[in-house]
Ligand binder design. Structure first.
Ligand code: ATP
Ligand code: MG
Length: 299
């Protein structure tokens, strides 16, 4: 092979590689890698560097600080990214949010010292508020017609009131434990967030197909979340009653058993109502009930 040919081939391979930016360390890193792994995309993260290539899929990972992910996807340095929606809202990055991913759930909230008798948003008029999310906060205050001073600080926002830096804070809350331990209370929830999959707006044609394949796999994983596969033996005469208890994907699978008058019934059931469903089935005579995990569902 001539060197020109090799170069062309290397260029071709690169063009057909989807570059995905994920958080290098922090709250979203593990779940992001797990999502790709569940999608059958093997990335060796043991010797993690700046870039990691998947061994069995045309995808490479760019490991970044979460703050940088919206920008690199917007400018096309990466094709896709996994990041908290809060970062998209703050940066206003010009990207497509293609999927909500269901992890990294949190909210951006206003919090004030717990001793304050809070009567409503007017309390914030003329006050100072410390935050790492000045743009989201500015948008909210403008919308509500409140004028307050926004003090941008990069970290340890929750200590600002006790340290005399600001009267209140606007920060990420999940359980609320950090607020409580800093003598604060959440008074207004402004933005709900979770990890999202984003893509650049002008994704080249040759990478669209790879993105579609990633989305197909992620959808199958998400579809199976919170679902169980239930199978049981049941008197054939009781099948109509059993079907009424099983709102399955299309209709439950029914197979005759060797034993006269009995059938095997299979269905997919919501995990949240699994015990209620199974108790109902038991009551109408179901036996040998098996409940199995569902890995992927492809509609
Ligand atoms: P980096 O070093 O990448 O800049 P970071 O310290 O800014 O990391 P993390 O604390 O790892 O960020 O949080 C990443 C994202 O996880 C947040 O932007 C948010 O979307 C989500 N998240 C969920 N719950 C929480 C929480 N309780 N505190 C902070 N972030 C949370
Ligand atoms: Mg960050």
């Amino acid at each position: 092979m001539t060197s020109a040919c090799r170069t062309r081939q290397a260029g071709f391979l690169f063009m057909n590689m989807l570059r995905v930016a994920i958080q290098s360390k922090g709250r979203l890193n593990e779940e992001s890698l797990k999502l790709l792994k569940d999608a059958g995309i093997e990335v060796d993260d043991t010797k993690r560097k700046f870039i990691g290539k998947a061994s069995n899929f045309p995808l490479e990972l760019l490991y970044l600080r979460d703050d940088d992910i919206p920008g690199v996807v917007a400018d096309g340095s990466a094709d896709m990214g996994i990041v908290g929606y809060n970062e998209i809202a703050e940066t206003g990055a010009d990207v497509n949010v293609v999927r909500k991913l269901g992890f990294g759930r949190c909210r951006l909230s206003l919090a004030i010292p717990k001793t304050v008798d809070y009567q409503g948003l007017q309390w914030f008029e003329g006050k100072s508020i410390a935050t790492s999310y000045p743009n989201v906060l500015r948008g909210f205050l403008n919308e509500k017609g409140i004028s307050a001073e926004i003090r941008q600080i990069m970290g340890s926002v929750e200590i600002a009131p006790a340290a005399g830096i600001a009267d209140a804070i606007f920060d990420i809350v999940s359980s609320g434990g950090t607020l409580v331990s800093n003598g604060l209370k959440e008074v207004e929830s402004v933005l709900e967030s979770e990890a999202v999959l984003i893509s650049r707006k002008d994704l080249p044609e040759d990478r669209l197909e790879i993105m579609d394949s990633v989305l197909f796999r992620i959808d199958a994983i998400q579809e199976s979340r919170g679902k169980k596969y239930v199978l049981m033996n049941i008197p054939t005469a009781k099948l109509p009653d059993a079907m009424a208890l099983l709102p399955s994907m299309r209709s439950p699978t029914v197979m005759p058993l060797a034993l006269e008058g009995w059938s095997s019934l299979h269905s997919v059931v919501d995990d949240a109502s699994i015990w209620q469903t199974v108790e109902g089935l038991k009551r109408i005579g179901a036996e040998g009930i098996l409940i199995l995990n569902v890995d992927k569902i492809i509609d």
